[in-house]
Design a protein around this ligand. Structure first.
Ligand code: ZN
Length: 502
């Protein structure tokens, strides 16, 4: 199977072939750290964490870089408003961002370079562009001359007359062309001293676009594989990155450009308190969302949609996704009860434990599960179609549930059937791990232990005896009292099973 990715540059799905065999470099534009992170800040990291996990699964050696923009107009304004320094604000917001994405399972970033720590690299790139005649100094500012880049606009596919729309330059110098953008901005007298850096053109600070060009070349080389970011960054930010880097090094910049859809809040479909919070903060913060929903639910919510599509966030959508996630949690509970084994502890998968088997009934179950596995991998190979991959996991869960029912594994002794079902669950988990799911037991379900199992067996046996003796009031009392504490009983052909209600 071969991986194909949609490349914004060509507007087509292309066969993925890394620049250097076996190695993949990914650069994702990170946050400007001036206000608390919202769900939009988590979308890129969750998607590219999943992409990296899949590339690693396929055997690539992957380096992933996410930059932190800690020198910017917005930081200057906000730090003044809060009566603090730019870097105190940046460090505080960065720490909150990193903690939130860590909780969301984003654990695979290799480098998190900050703009303020790469000033020499940025100045060096500006100097090279000036030497090549592609940039010029004006009033202490340095501008990139867009007329020096003959294929400017190739990523966003905009016509030259549209290119000015969307650019917003606050620098003070005179520009040669309206589309020219600042590589370096001269310091203004009222700007804090910590963002006034020495340069050959006087004191100043870098523009936003140049930091991504300078940091990506440092960590990934002049040409690398995947550049990611939200759709809103395509123009002018990514277009300008391409212009700077390709003009500076005379080499192609990123080979594949992957743009993720943006998150939309449906403000009519979120609770009053959330609407209030969103009004106060401008957006719903990640900290707030993580206090209401499990990190696994939020991650699942984001990856169940294809990354290029917009995601609508509403209470309704979250509730629907929670129901989907519960399907898997319920399967894990069933398997734990049937096998008396922790399904969150890694064990052999179907392929590892049952590579050869003579039994035909086993074979068809194994074949069905491995077929779902194949569909999962095909979906991921199709431009990281995580929504399709999640669909295959659902189908696998259905197959395993049916197998548990058919063989009455929760109520009858069948060691081989239980081993098969557990190995199937481990196959499911090994795939889910690529999506960053089901690696650990969700905290809510942490109280399941064998004593609870044993006590439930006693209660179920008592209820069965009561029914046999036609003492239905007593039998119903057992069921109703259990329901009141959040446990429901299901009468199945092989006997009664129980589950916690979510
Ligand atoms: Zn960037």
């Amino acid at each position: 199977m071969s991986l194909r990715v949609y490349n914004t540059l060509s507007q087509e799905k292309e066969l993925f072939e890394p620049v250097r065999p076996g190695k993949v470099g990914i650069y994702l534009c990170g946050p400007t750290v001036y206000k608390p992170s919202h769900i939009g800040h988590a979308v890129g990291p969750i998607i590219f964490d999943t992409i990296k996990r899949y590339l690693v699964y396929k055997g690539f050696d992957v380096t992933w870089v996410v930059n932190i923009t800690d020198v910017d107009d917005k930081l200057i304004v906000e730090s003044k408003a809060q009566g603090t320094t730019v870097y105190e604000l940046a460090d505080r917001i960065t720490a909150g961002y990193l903690e939130a994405i860590r909780q969301l399972g984003v654990t695979s970033i290799d480098h998190l370079p900050k703009a303020s720590e790469h000033i020499p690299e940025i100045i060096d790139m500006c100097r090279r562009l000036i030497d090549k005649g592609a940039a010029y100094v004006s009033g202490g500012d340095v501008y990139f001359d867009v007329s020096a880049d003959t294929d400017y606009g190739k990523l966003s596919h905009r016509k030259p007359e549209e290119q000015q729309a969307g650019t917003r330059e606050l620098a003070s110098g005179e520009k040669r062309n309206p589309g020219d953008f600042a590589l370096w901005k001269a310091s203004k007298p009222d700007e804090p001293p910590e963002v006034q850096f020495d340069s050959p053109w006087g004191k100043g600070r870098p523009g936003w676009h140049i930091e991504c060009s300078a940091m990506s070349v440092k960590y990934l080389g002049e040409t690398f594989d995947i550049h990611g970011g939200g759709m809103d960054l395509m123009f002018p930010h990514h277009e300008n990155e391409i212009a700077q880097s390709e003009t500076c090094f005379d080499k192609p910049f990123a080979k594949y450009w992957l743009h993720n859809g943006l998150t939309r809040f449906n403000t009519k479909k979120i609770s009053k308190s959330d609407q209030e919070m969103a009004r106060k903060m401008g957006e719903l913060t990640l900290t707030h969302l993580l206090s209401k929903h499990s990190p696994e639910l939020l991650r699942y919510f984001i990856i169940s949609t294809h990354y290029r599509r917009p995601i609508e966030f509403s209470d309704e959508e979250i509730a629907a996704k929670k129901k989907g996630l519960d399907t898997f949690y319920r399967l894990f509970e069933r398997i734990e009860r049937a096998c008396r084994q922790d399904p969150y502890q890694d064990g052999p998968t179907l392929e590892q434990a049952f590579s050869s088997t003579e039994n035909h009934a086993d074979q068809s179950f194994i074949r069905e599960c491995l077929d779902h596995q194949l569909r999962f991998l095909e979906a991921m190979d199709d431009d990281f179609n995580t929504g399709g991959a999640v669909g295959s996991l659902f189908e696998m869960a259905t197959t395993i549930n049916r197998f548990i029912d058919e063989w009455r594994l929760e109520t009858e002794e069948n060691p081989r059937g239980r081993d098969l079902a557990m190995a199937a669950v481990q196959t499911l988990r090994s795939l889910a791990r690529i999506l960053g799911l089901f690696d650990q037991r969700p905290p809510r379900a942490a109280t399941t232990d064998h004593l609870v199992d044993d006590l439930m067996d006693v209660l179920i046996a008592l209820r069965a005896e009561a029914r046999k003796a036609k003492q239905y009031t007593l039998a119903d009392l057992v069921r109703d009292r259990l329901k009141a504490v959040g446990i429901s009983l299901e009468d199945r052909p092989g006997g009664t099973v129980w589950r916690r209600e979510s």
